[in-house]
Design a protein around this ligand. Structure first.
Ligand SMILES: *[C@@H]1O[C@H](CO)[C@@H](O)[C@H](O)[C@H]1NC(C)=O
Ligand SMILES: *[C@@H]1O[C@H](CO)[C@@H](O)[C@H](O)[C@H]1NC(C)=O
Length: 365
């Protein structure tokens, strides 16, 4: 998540592919933290960075400067080795890099109206996608090599998404998700589901990527607000929960898992038979849990579902109770972590586990 003309101390924040670490970019440099302990693992203070992306917990980072120092151009992507502290490769572009994603095979570089796909090992270019203007770098990427998709806006007037197959290098489908332009998109880590929000921010939709059909629509609220981030829980099959952070300061959690379980109870059919529900635009209004005033209203935030533990008594296809860990980075400098428990009666409770100022964390001596 990058923010171009930001007055916040945090310019970008990103979790790695398995959520074990996260990295922030500031006006001074970038810092990598361990998600479980909050410990500072690495820092480099050489100037302002607008994009910093990790490759799992390896020594490889993809970094882009914020343009505040002449040597840190927003048009240059560096592949950086944290062990040696040097750039392995540099790629220069004609316009600013607005987003970068990577996995062990691919490097995706999103520019304002073009996206490049590279082989991450040879840094050889594999494909170029011309896109509609995307100055905010809205994109989603599923890092799994079996379902490795890239999602990008396909319209500037409507909420249409292009889903691209990054391993096989072809367009997979286009999804008409919303009537207004997209504000946020996320893919589940295995590429099975995509969640979208438009600039209105009132409805969040979940589509099945395989056949572009709609599975769920959730109402976040009645009044418009900017959705800053969307995150799926890390489960492999049906995502249990989906979190959204917004300019209202609330964090919203939706549970497609519960919705499916109840729909399948209603229709007394198997899980597969209730998916997808593309014909009627039914809202799934229950199963919506709100953490009010999680972040200061209007301040950009990034909420991630780091872990989900299901009650071991229930089978994989059945949703009854779960516990989730939700981490929130607020761009004014704070990290918060909540435990969310949902019981069999579908009642939720939040507890704040940790909260600290990211800008005050000192490295180990
Ligand atoms: C970074 O440098 C270390 C030490 O030379 C090396 O072992 C490691 O493979 C390098 N990482 C990458 C991603 O090239
Ligand atoms: C929060 O969740 C973690 C991991 O599941 C657990 O170790 C911890 O005890 C939980 N805290 C509370 C208050 O339940």
């Amino acid at each position: 998540m990058a923010n171009q003309s930001s007055s916040y101390p945090i310019l970008c924040a990103s979790f790695n592919q398995d959520n074990s670490c996260f990295v922030i970019g500031t006006r001074d440099g970038f810092q990598i933290f361990d998600s479980n302990t909050g410990k500072l693992l690495y820092e480099r203070a050489v100037g302002a960075f607008i994009i910093v992306e990790m490759l799992f917990s390896t020594s490889l980072l993809a970094i882009v400067g914020a343009g505040e120092q002449p040597s840190l151009s927003p048009r240059r992507l560096a592949l950086f080795n944290t062990t040696t502290g040097t750039a392995l490769r540099e790629l220069n572009f004609l316009t600013s890099v607005v987003a970068v994603r990577l996995n062990r095979k691919r490097l995706v570089v999103v520019l304002q109206d073009r996206t490049y796909i590279y082989d991450v090992n040879t840094v050889g270019i594999l494909d170029t996608i011309d896109t509609v203007p995307n100055p905010k770098g809205i994109c989603a990427f599923s890092p799994s090599s079996d379902g490795c998709f890239l999602a990008l806006p396909a319209s500037t007037t409507k909420g249409t998404v292009l889903v691209y197959n990054v391993m096989e290098l072809h367009s997979h489908c286009e999804i008409d998700a919303h009537r207004s332009p997209l504000a946020a998109i996320v893919l589940s880590s295995n590429g099975m589901f995509i969640a979208t929000a438009s600039e209105h921010g009132t409805i969040i939709r979940v589509h099945l990527v395989s056949d572009a059909s709609k599975s769920y629509s959730f109402r976040r609220g009645t009044y418009s607000s900017t959705i800053f981030s969307l995150s799926f829980g890390p489960s492999l099959q049906l995502p249990d929960i989906l979190a959204a952070s917004s300019s209202s300061g609330s964090v919203h959690v939706f549970s497609p898992g519960i919705a499916v379980n109840q729909r399948s109870k209603r229709s007394n059919s198997f899980l597969g038979a209730v998916l997808p529900d593309s014909v009627n635009d039914v809202l799934d209004p229950a199963h919506h849990i709100v953490l009010h005033d999680a972040t200061p209203a209007g301040v950009k935030s990034y909420a991630v579902i780091r872990k989900v533990d299901k009650d071991p008594k229930t089978s994989a296809s059945e949703f009854t109770a779960c516990r989730a860990i939700i981490s929130i980075i607020t761009f004014n400098g704070y990290f918060q972590e909540y435990n969310l428990s949902i019981n069999e009666q579908n009642e939720a409770s939040w507890s704040l586990e940790r909260e600290f100022n990211l800008l005050m964390v000192k490295s180990m001596p």
